[in-house]
Design a protein around this ligand. Structure first.
Ligand SMILES: [Zn+2]
Length: 268
């Protein structure tokens, strides 16, 4: 069997076939050829004409201890709607230099352990793991999660001293984090403190809002969900030895607590 045929069978790269394989001491380079004559723009439109080509390398999952690279002359196209764009390839996310299989393995591991361990195991830079998390969360986070909210819990968490806060919104029905905002709502805090002085008037107001209070009791909302989320976020933050930016921590929270489904490429 030819080496390229063997790698075609082993790798099964969608919409591409193996043209050549170079096996070195530490790396294996697999040169790909597209089986798709049409070029796919990131907007979804398919175009026939090639604008230009340039070689690109993607890191794939290691092969018996060697780094495996996919090499392909990625094409640009002149989309009638978007102008000149780089084609979408099925084995990697747009703009990525790692394959989907590599990135999904990193995401799955990062849901369970710290980024330094993941970077060591996958033999990539710590910053690479962070970039993969940002790209994966942007793709996997379902925008529709905010359309079906019925019962929510809100809390703030201090992720770095002094005074670095995130406001967290949890969905009581799915048990997931659905929104994260930098800072904390001073208005909510002001509302909370302004109630303290109104305890005396509470009994009178209870008569006016009796139906609403009963409705809240029937919904069965307690602080348990948001307190549980808060504890898990503290663990995520400690596991990463703190986070330098709200954005990085927010991506980690979505990845671990946002209900994101990451599939391992090796799982059948
Ligand atoms: Zn387009």
């Amino acid at each position: 069997m030819r080496v390229s045929t063997a790698f075609n069978l082993l790798l099964q790269i969608p919409k591409a076939s193996v043209a050549d394989v170079v096996i070195g001491d530490r790396d294996v380079e697999v040169v790909l050829r597209s089986r798709n004559r049409l070029l796919r723009c990131p907007c979804g439109k398919q175009v026939r004409a090639v604008y230009d080509r340039r070689e690109r390398r993607w890191r794939h999952l290691d092969l018996v201890g060697r780094r495996l690279w996919l090499i392909y002359p990625i094409r640009r196209l002149d989309c009638p709607d978007c102008g000149v764009r780089t084609e979408d390839v099925p084995w990697a996310r747009p703009g990525a230099r790692h394959t989907r299989d590599f990135e999904d393995t990193v995401l799955w591991l990062t849901q369970r352990t710290d980024r330094t361990t993941v970077a060591t195991l996958m033999r990539c830079a710590w910053e690479t793991v962070t970039a993969i998390i940002g790209r994966g969360v942007a793709e996997l986070l379902d925008e529709r999660r905010l359309q079906t909210l019925y019962r929510i819990g809100v809390d703030e968490i201090c992720y770095r001293h002094p005074h670095r806060y995130l406001t967290i919104v949890g969905d009581h029905d799915t048990g997931t984090v659905v929104d994260i905002q930098p800072g904390r709502s001073e208005q909510s805090l002001a509302n909370f403190y302004g109630r303290i002085n109104a305890f005396v008037a509470l009994a009178k107001r209870l008569e006016v809002y009796f139906e609403e209070v009963i409705a809240a009791i029937e919904l069965g909302i307690s602080n348990a969900l948001i307190e549980g989320i808060n504890a898990k976020i503290r663990l995520i933050n400690a596991r990463g030895y703190g986070h330098h930016s709200a954005q990085t921590l927010a991506s980690m929270i979505y990845l671990c607590l946002g209900g994101l489904q990451v599939k391992l490429p090796t799982r059948t």
